[in-house]
Design a binder for this molecule. Structure first.
Ligand code: CMC
Length: 392
């Protein structure tokens, strides 16, 4: 019934109008509200980028102060939510815990679940951006058997996250400005990326009128997969598996082999058919961080050699497969002290602002409809029902 276009994977379907993020995949350009990602990563900080995505403009100094206050006001998690964590196995993947706890937020913050109330939408947005680092750090602390750290509102967003992750009661935690800046930059680089799988999931969930906490939980679930946010974890595992420069050609050959499910993780993108601009910033950040922390990670050299060999291979050239944001992010995160299993969680923390801003944009659009794709039916045609005793 009715006519529709069959477009599996939505390779040619525009699902919405949006004023947040512009990508020109052919030249490798990414803009948020008109500002280049390079400028934002170099000159701004994550709170400013959050303000920009949510409100359309970079904040004035006064607006920034208020915005930071509004976010930090909500950093604590309902004390009862700590009980959630204790129900999980210690060896649970932190993304599994994230799916559960973020989903559980709507059971706690009833006064910000009415999507038709502008004030409640705003409070829910602040709550989600503010609480994600707390939720993420608690997932980590639970997995290593250390006490949870309460957020500290005297610290910046990135510093507070590092503090909640790595501080222990027994000793003073000194936050290195280099580490905090690198963390903040990672948050900026992952803040939004138009209609990717998780953002589209958030919009689809939200199109039914579901509350924002439930919608963001759907986004977290969608982000988990290795083709999306799980790629940063998969890249590091892949580099460790490759182990030595001499093994690179073998893995490149495997990536080209259609009978082998192996792909070069951190390579290729649905929209970028050129170098992902975020990968360039990340690569630079990678060098800076390792240098300033006086670390020499052989994985960086391995990654650069892999990039060089892949980009000189006709397969990757013809298919326009370039490094994406996640190719270098894992090496930076490792240098900052994060275990591999937390990489995708960090992506979720950073992307929350994008999810929330896109959800708000959709809800505030007049005449917005429920998302409801069609399908090509491939099952049997209508047939007569056979009673149980006559089957077989
Ligand atoms: N290694 C080897 N071959 C690849 C790769 C790769 N990483 N990526 C794509 N190809 C090939 C693919 O086999 C296909 O070949 P053919 O046309 O002969 O069938 C062609 O390139 C096009 O690939 P596709 O899978 O049709 O493209 P897509 O737009 O559906 O997929 C992608 C995009 C990102 C899922 C894919 O490139 C991929 O799996 N990359 C590795 C995972 C990864 O790094 N993901 C992070 C993406 S950036 C961060 C984020 O958004 O979360």
């Amino acid at each position: 019934t009715g006519h529709f276009t069959y477009d599996p994977g939505f390779t040619s379907t525009g699902s919405c109008e949006s004023g947040l993020t512009y990508i020109d995949g052919d030249v490798g350009q990414l803009l948020h509200r008109g500002y280049s990602i390079e400028d934002l990563a170099e000159k701004s900080d994550f709170m400013e980028v959050c303000h920009l995505l949510l409100n359309g403009e970079l904040p004035t100094p006064k607006e920034k102060e208020k915005f930071v206050h509004d976010v930090t006001y909500h950093t604590m998690l309902h004390e009862q939510l700590a009980n959630f964590y204790r129900g999980f196995r210690r060896d649970a993947h932190p993304m599994a815990i994230m799916c559960g706890v973020v989903g559980g937020l709507s059971a706690f913050y009833h006064d910000s679940t009415d999507i038709h109330d502008e004030h409640q939408r705003m409070v829910a947005s602040f709550r989600l951006i503010a609480k994600m680092p707390t939720i993420a750090a608690m997932a980590y602390k639970y997995s290593v058997g250390q006490p949870f750290n309460y957020p500290r509102n005297d610290l910046s967003y990135a510093e507070n996250f590092l503090y909640m992750m790595f501080a222990v009661p027994a000793e003073e935690y000194v936050i290195s400005p280099t580490v905090a800046r690198a963390m903040d930059r990672i948050f900026i680089l992952h803040a939004d990326h138009e209609q990717n799988a998780s953002t589209s999931t958030v919009r689809l969930a939200g199109s039914s009128g579901a509350n924002p906490f439930a919608c963001i939980a759907a986004g977290v679930a969608s982000l988990w997969g290795p083709a999306h946010g799980g790629a940063n974890e998969a890249v590091l595992n892949m580099l460790q598996q490759i182990g030595h420069k001499d093994n690179i050609p073998e893995f490149i050959e495997r990536a080209k082999d259609k009978d082998d499910p192996f792909r070069l993780m951190g390579f290729g993108h649905r929209v970028y058919k050129n170098y992902d601009p975020r990968a360039k910033v990340m690569q630079k950040s990678c060098h800076e961080v390792l240098e300033e922390l006086n670390l020499d990670d052989p994985l960086l050299e391995l990654a650069m050699e892999l990039e060089k060999l892949a980009l000189s291979d006709p397969y990757f050239v013809e298919k326009k497969l370039f490094p994406n944001v996640d190719f270098y992010s894992g090496i930076v995160l490792k240098a900052l002290g994060f275990p591999t299993s937390m990489f995708t969680v960090l992506f979720a923390v950073a992307r929350t602002v994008g999810w929330v801003a896109q959800w708000k944009e959709m809800i505030e659009e007049p005449g917005q409809k429920i998302g409801r794709p069609r399908q090509l039916y491939t099952g049997p045609t209508a047939r007569d029902y056979v009673p149980l005793e006559k089957r077989g």
